[in-house]
Every structure is written in structure tokens, then in C-alpha cells.
Design a protein around this ligand. Structure first.
Ligand SMILES: NC(=O)c1ccc[n+]([C@@H]2O[C@H](COP(=O)([O-])OP(=O)(O)OC[C@H]3O[C@@H](n4cnc5c(N)ncnc54)[C@H](OP(=O)(O)O)[C@@H]3O)[C@@H](O)[C@H]2O)c1
Length: 359
């Protein structure tokens, strides 16, 4: 039997992932995280072994990964956790997966591709809502237009956020936006571009955001210009605009600390009913200067989908199906990976302006 260690198992998303892994995976599970008092009740609840350790000391992490075939890291912000776990995975020959959406984490792990190859391990970040659906849609669009030069992706999510998601977002407040231009991740203002997009529910205002695909879509498709949009209310654009002017202030440690404390006090995350009822719409558009194609996806609520895709990515990795080296979800499992999950529907790539009945 293979062994999967879930790090950050007692966080909001870690619990969803753990519940699903218990139901779905034919593997030995080990629950892990830095706090013994938070970890033990969860391990008792599932009658699973647990390993409590921080990521501060490499040898300690390596010792805890001994005999583990794959790690699924759910402890974010991943800028604080991914590197230490990958350091240890390289030493112990353990495959690494996580649910990050942080551009700098994707880029840092992509830079470790050769190291991962040499260690004969897969390094597969981003196996949650960020970036599985958008990454798979990007790869699907690139199959329709292989010489494309421009890629736009976007989503409209219906549902609320967990504490960890908002805390991770707070960390990047004041850093502005990011797009990929001519193959390079490029800093832009928070409101770099707005446009009206039909995500599948009629046109709505959308704004560019520094989403993970700015990093990953380039690795998946080779398209050198990538931007990612999300649907926003009109007044949110004004608020985002203001964050650029306030950037020097928002970047300060005490502001971040205060905001994080408010988030910790006030946020819980979507409950079971919200997760059941929520959904997300994903859109993508690809162009080569002559033709433009678009495609859409409808998915379950973002945290529900995250648990589904993360556990399936772990299952495939334990089964030896994930190539070694740095991978994106679509480079590992193909553009159709996302379509296997219950509640996911894809409107396949077609030239912009045509509809299903035009086919
Ligand atoms: N890809 C996706 O679509 C997706 C979906 C959901 C969440 N996420 C991301 O996943 C992360 C977790 O979200 P969440 O909602 O589960 O948050 P959460 O409930 O706050 O849980 C965060 C977990 O990470 C642990 N952690 C944080 N910093 C750590 C560190 N330096 N060392 C060790 N453990 C650390 C926490 O442990 P303590 O409680 O001991 O601090 C906790 O177990 C966030 O970054 C979020 O953005 C991504």
C-alpha cells in the first residue's frame, strides 16, 4: 500500500481534503501539521496516524517524510511552506503536491524542475480550484489554436471564502497585479484591465487579477501573453484602484497583521450548504492574431472542487501516473482532467461569435 501525508490537514481546506481522501483513496493516510493540539483530535476522529512537526528544520521534515510516497500540502500561505517541504521531498524521493495559487510559489517550484527530475519526483502545485479548471481550459484552448500568442482566462465564483484564502490574499495586498507579457511575469497595477465577459451567465464586469495561471498557463501552453480576470461588482474596481494609491501603507507589516487578525476573528469559510449550492463559471479566450477561440466550464463550488481535484491528483500520483519534474495539472494529466469530476461541464472551444447551434 502507498502512503500519502496530508500536511495542514486540520485547516479549513485540509479537512475537506482529508474527509474526501478517507472516502476515496485506497492508500495509507498520515495526517500532519504544526500544531499537535489541532492535529490529534482530527486524527482521532478518523482513526489515522498523525505526525506533528513544523517546517523550520530540514532534518526534522525529512525524518517525518521517511516512508511517505507523496505529500499533499494544504498549509498556506504556501510562500511559507512549499519550499521546506520540497527540500525534504527531494531528499526522501517523495512526490509533492499542493493547492497553492500563488504566482511566486509556482515560479519558484518551476525553477526546481531539474532538481525534481534528478530526484525522480513529481512536483505538482496548484491541484485545487486554483488552477485546475483554468489550467485545463487553457490547455484545451491551446489544442484548438496551437500557435496562439494571447490567452485570457477568467472565473466567476458564487460562494464565500475561507479564512486561509483571505489571509493569503491579504499577504499580497499592496503588491498590485501581474500578467504574463512576452513570456515574463510582469507587475502591473491592481486594475490593469477591465472588460465585460460572459462567463456563461450573461455579460458582467471583470478585472485582471494576479491568479496562478499567470505562472502556470505559460508552462502548460507556451502562450507568451496571459492574463486572468475575475468577475467583480463595479464598486470593487474603485476599491482595487485605491489599493494602488495606498500600496506603500498596505504593504506595512502592522497593517497586514491587523488585517490578518480581523480575518482570523471574523471568517470561518463556506458551510456544507454553501458548498453544496455554490458553483463557479470559468471562461477562456485564445488568439493567434488572426483567429480567436473561446471555451467555458461550469464547476461545483470552489472548495468542493478543490477537495475533488486534489484527492484525484494525489491518487494518480500514488499510482505512478504523474510524470517527474515540475508539472501543472494539465501537463500532468491532460486538458480533459477537469471534465471527469461530477458537476463539471465544458462548452468546448469554438471561434468567438459562434454558438453551439452554429456547429
Ligand atoms: N488552490 C485552491 O483553489 C485553494 C482552495 C482553498 C484554499 N487554498 C489555499 O490553501 C491555503 C489554506 O487555506 P485554508 O482555507 O485551509 O486556511 P486555514 O483554515 O487558515 O488553514 C491553513 C493551514 O495552514 C497551516 N499553516 C499556515 N502557515 C503555516 C506554516 N508556516 N507552517 C505550517 N503550517 C502552516 C495552518 O496551521 P495553523 O492553524 O497551525 O496555523 C492550517 O493548518 C490558503 O493559502 C488558501 O489560499 C487554495
Amino acid at each position: 500500500m502507498t502512503t500519502l501525508l496530508i500536511y495542514g490537514a486540520y485547516g479549513y481546506t485540509g479537512r475537506l481534503v482529508t474527509d474526501r481522501a478517507v472516502d476515496e483513496l485506497d492508500a495509507d493516510l498520515v495526517l500532519a501539521g504544526r500544531s499537535p493540539s489541532k492535529l490529534e483530535p482530527l486524527a482521532d476522529e478518523h482513526d489515522l496516524p498523525s505526525r506533528a512537526f513544523t517546517l523550520d528544520h530540514r532534518r526534522v521534515v525529512e525524518r517525518h517524510l521517511d516512508g511517505v510516497d507523496a505529500v499533499l500540502n494544504c498549509a498556506g500561505p504556501f510562500s511559507r511552506t512549499a519550499d521546506s517541504l520540497v527540500d525534504a521531498c527531494v531528499e526522501t524521493g517523495t512526490d509533492y503536491l499542493d493547492i497553492t495559487g500563488e504566482i511566486e510559489v509556482f515560479e519558484a517550484l518551476a525553477a526546481r524542475d531539474a532538481e525534481a527530475e534528478e530526484a525522480d519526483i513529481a512536483v505538482l502545485p496548484g491541484v485545487g480550484f486554483d488552477v485546475v479548471p483554468t489550467d485545463c481550459l487553457a490547455a484545451h484552448l491551446a489544442e484548438a489554436l496551437p500557435d496562439a500568442t494571447e490567452l485570457s482566462l477568467g472565473f466567476q465564483a458564487f460562494g464565500s471564502f475561507s479564512r486561509g484564502t483571505v489571509r493569503t490574499a491579504v499577504e499580497s495586498i499592496g503588491e498590485g497585479g501581474a500578467i504574463r507579457r512576452d513570456g515574463r511575469v510582469t507587475a502591473v497595477s491592481s486594475v490593469h484591465e477591465t472588460r465585460r465577459i460572459d462567463f456563461g451567465n450573461g455579460e458582467t464586469l471583470a478585472v485582471t487579477i494576479p491568479w496562478g495561471d499567470v505562472a502556470t498557463a505559460y508552462h502548460s501552453t507556451g502562450v507568451p501573453n496571459v492574463q486572468v480576470f475575475t468577475a467583480v461588482p463595479e464598486r470593487a474596481v474603485q476599491a482595487l484602484d485605491a489599493t494602488d494609491r495606498l500600496a506603500p501603507l498596505l504593504d506595512r507589516e502592522w497593517v497586514q497583521r491587523t488585517l490578518s487578525a480581523v480575518v482570523d476573528r471574523t471568517m470561518v469559510g463556506p458551510d456544507a450548504d454553501e458548498r453544496e449550492e455554490g458553483k463557479a463559471l470559468v471562461w477562456g479566450e485564445i488568439g493567434d492574431g488572426e483567429e480567436t477561440y473561446e471555451a467555458r466550464l461550469r464547476t461545483p463550488e470552489t472548495y468542493t472542487l478543490t477537495a475533488m481535484t486534489a484527492v484525484e491528483a494525489a491518487r494518480r500520483t500514488l499510482a505512478g501516473e504523474t510524470p517527474t519534474g515540475y508539472q501543472t495539472p494539465s501537463s500532468a494529466f491532460g486538458a480533459d482532467f477537469v471534465t471527469q469530476f461530477e458537476g463539471v461541464e465544458r462548452e468546448d472551444a469554438r471561434p468567438v461569435g459562434t454558438t453551439v447551434s452554429d456547429d
